[in-house]
Design a protein around this ligand. Structure first.
Ligand code: ATP
Ligand code: MG
Length: 183
């Protein structure tokens, strides 16, 4: 899956509209302590469907909204969007008619968040499946957080199996089966 752009507005410390163009190849993010490097990775996980506010270092999901500074008032909403290159048709078949997917998540203070794919409102589950099909996503081993290696080593067999399944590319199928069983 190729991410070509990450846009933030009001997410954590990114109060100004911020648009990162992700060039092909390896991208590094450098900067002094507290400049927002981890917030960026959290924004990426959040738009991919992360629903644990604790894992975003927050005490409620509203904490991802810019909370104000000495010179600026707090915001009441935040939005993160990513652009995904779909020229290779790596997204689910329903998106075969488009070369690019824009996935966006927006949160309004005290009223929760909503997702859109190419402008159309969708469920969190739909967004999570797009990433699961590509063996990536907010909870996938593609995003390695501090302490994660130790966790994998100490994991129970069932948890370790999920990591292997992710690597084998079958997580999308599991997500779909779960969805089918709920119906
Ligand atoms: P380090 O190098 O220490 O890991 P970092 O570049 O990863 O630093 P982050 O943890 O991403 O830095 O950013 C921390 C900053 O984000 C802090 O200054 C914190 O006050 C700010 N911040 C976090 N949440 C919000 C919010 N909701 N509103 C405004 N600022 C926020
Ligand atoms: Mg950090």
């Amino acid at each position: 899956m190729i991410l070509t752009r990450l846009r933030l507005l009001g997410f954590k410390s990114f109060v100004e509209p911020t648009d990162f163009v992700i060039e092909p190849g390896l991208t590094g993010v450098v900067g002094p302590n507290g400049c927002g490097k981890s917030n960026l990775v959290e924004a990426l996980r959040w738009v991919m469907g992360e629903n644990s506010y604790k894992s975003m270092r927050a005490s409620s999901m509203d904490d991802v909204i810019f909370s104000g500074s000495n010179t600026r008032p707090a915001r009441n909403n935040a939005e993160v969007a990513i652009l995904i290159d779909n020229k290779e048709r790596s997204a689910p078949a329903q998106f075969n008619d488009t070369d690019q997917l824009e996935i966006a998540r927006r949160i309004e203070r005290e009223s929760g968040s909503a997702y859109r794919i190419n402008g159309k409102e969708v469920r969190a589950r739909d967004v999570q499946i797009v990433f699961a099909d590509a063996s990536t996503g907010a909870r996938s081993p593609a995003l390695v957080h501090q302490g994660r290696i130790g966790e994998i080593i100490q994991a129970k067999p069932e948890q370790r199996r999920r990591v292997l399944e992710e690597a084998a590319g079958v997580s999308g199928l599991h997500a779909r089966r779960h969805e089918a069983e709920l119906r």
